[in-house]
Design a protein around this ligand. Structure first.
Ligand SMILES: NC(=O)c1ccc[n+]([C@@H]2O[C@H](COP(=O)([O-])OP(=O)(O)OC[C@H]3O[C@@H](n4cnc5c(N)ncnc54)[C@H](OP(=O)(O)O)[C@@H]3O)[C@@H](O)[C@H]2O)c1
Length: 208
């Protein structure tokens, strides 16, 4: 049985992922590094309170075969610095594979700063030389976040209408439910082939 560490477990994709990892017979221990306590109790769950600044202090409590990163936010620190440190520490503590959610269009050459940062973290995670580096690049993350944000609801509604029209070369822009992105990550971890693998919509769908 495996041990996993998850960064971003309180988020939309991360909360589905945590639930799925805890309910998978393949994992004996799931460590979630969160900023505040999650309302979850589970015999396999090792919940640690921390963030980018305090992560080094938690090192001794982290033990992992795999590291999953679903962190998201508004600053480059959360898209780059934190995931990089998380992966470095997990590797130091035994992780052989890293699974991260970035975004469709991620490229270190992008002119858009969000996509450039996503590309830079992909590039620098690959450079850490895990046995397996799996990069998940969703377009719109669909589903109910359980919070009401008007703009987000409108964007999601528009995306739901557009979704069937993303075909051929642009099908990678199809939206995918957070729960399915999480499931694709878990399935990829069941059989991690290849040193570096990039997943767009179709690649994730094929894993479901
Ligand atoms: N939304 C989309 O449609 C979309 C599309 C493509 C790609 N993506 C990418 O997909 C990934 C997952 O997205 P999501 O919607 O699941 O993210 P989310 O719901 O916003 O979750 C973000 C996670 O990061 C944590 N976090 C945020 N700021 C932090 C900080 N300063 N220190 C420590 N932890 C922090 C949050 O913890 P707290 O609960 O403590 O805040 C939460 O666990 C992100 O990288 C995002 O850029 C999103």
């Amino acid at each position: 049985m495996k041990k996993a560490v998850v960064f971003g477990a309180s988020g939309f994709v991360g909360s589905h992922l945590l639930d799925q990892l805890l309910n998978s017979a393949e994992y004996e221990r799931v460590t979630a590094i969160v900023r505040s306590n999650l309302p979850i109790r589970h015999p396999k769950l090792n919940m640690l309170i921390g963030d980018l600044d305090t992560l080094p202090e938690l090192k001794d409590q982290i033990e992992a075969d795999e590291v999953f990163i679903t962190l998201g936010g508004k600053t480059p620190k959360i898209h780059y610095d934190y995931p990089l440190l998380a992966a470095q520490i997990a590797k130091e503590k035994g992780a052989k594979a890293v699974f991260i959610v970035t975004a469709v269009g991620a490229s270190s050459q992008s002119r858009m700063s969000y996509l450039r940062t996503k590309g830079e973290i992909e590039r620098d995670l690959i450079a850490l030389d895990f046995d397996h580096t799996h990069l998940f690049r969703p377009s719109m993350i669909m589903g109910n976040r359980g919070e009401f944000h008007l703009v987000e609801r409108v964007v999601l509604a528009i995306w739901s209408v557009l979704n069937p029209f993303f075909i051929g070369g642009i099908r990678r822009y199809k939206g995918m439910k957070a729960s399915n992105i999480a499931r694709a990550m878990l399935r990829a971890a069941q059989n991690p082939s290849g040193k570096v693998k990039v997943y767009h919509w179709k690649d994730m769908k094929d894993l479901l």
